[in-house]
Design a protein. Structure first.
Length: 262
């Protein structure tokens, strides 16, 4: 005669097996319910346009932006590494950038000065010559001085342009290599006194050639000093116009007094 199912003599493994069977039955019941729900819903539908746009806005575009930013940082790091590997090129680029900024500042100052000269020339050309001889001479001198300043400004700009072109041409020239220097500039030294004298003569000739090449490069153009000189002359022209106007006012007041007396 076998003992009942709930007898205390049952092993514990049997209880665990019964619990697992209960869990499996519950899981199968849930799966059957989900399958019935899917059968009632029908086949899956493709995503709507609004859902695609929302997914693109929230996930796709930020991901692409992050990838592009990471790529840009990698390229900048590679660029810095290449500059460190070639310090001479980096120094040349920095010098060119500084020269470009200086040229922009000088060009802006030149444009402002040219505009001021244009306004001054227009004012002088539209002004009527006064009857007073001294005032007339002052205005005439101011007109001539304005024309002279404009001419000097054009000459300075042309000089600076020529100097830049020369520097650009010098930069495009091929530098002399060490092998060419060794092959073309070799000096034979003799042990005797005659050989030493010949060597000294050749050294003097080389120094003279280097001084000649240095002098042929032309004088450096001081743009700031040239602009300062032109500005001083422009101030002098404006002062002359002010003096002419002040001298013209007393003359006009005197004429008014004479008219009233008459």
């Amino acid at each position: 005669m076998s003992p009942p199912a709930d007898s205390p003599s049952d092993p514990p493994e049997r209880d665990e097996l019964a619990a697992q069977l209960d869990d499996l039955e519950a899981t199968l019941t849930d799966l059957r319910g989900e399958l019935r729900d899917q059968g009632r819903r029908g086949p899956p539908q493709p995503p709507q346009l609004s859902e695609l746009l929302r997914f693109t806005e929230q996930y796709t575009i930020p991901t692409l932006i992050a990838i592009l930013e990471a790529t840009i940082r990698s390229l900048e790091l590679l660029r810095r590494t290449l500059r460190l590997a070639d310090p001479e090129r980096a120094a040349r680029e920095e010098g060119a950038a500084a020269r470009g900024r200086l040229d922009e500042v000088g060009s802006e100052a030149g444009r402002q000065l040219a505009d001021a000269l244009t306004e001054l020339r227009t004012a002088l050309s539209e002004a009527d010559l006064p009857e007073n001889a001294e005032s007339r001479d002052l205005i005439t001198d101011a007109r001539e001085l304005t024309g002279e300043i404009e001419r000097r400004l054009r000459d300075a700009e042309q000089t600076v342009s020529d100097h830049r072109d020369k520097e650009r041409q010098d930069g495009h020239r091929q530098p002399t290599t060490d092998s060419d220097t060794a092959g073309g500039g070799g000096v034979l030294i003799d042990v005797s006194d005659d050989g030493a004298d010949a060597t000294r003569e050749e050294d003097k000739g080389d120094d003279a050639d280097s001084q000649q090449s240095t002098s042929d490069d032309g004088p450096e153009v001081d743009v700031d000093a040239e602009l300062e000189s032109i500005k001083d002359e422009l101030d002098a022209a404006e002062q002359a116009i002010d003096d002419a106007e002040r001298e013209e006012k007393p003359d006009s007041s005197t004429e008014d007094d004479d008219t009233d007396a008459t």
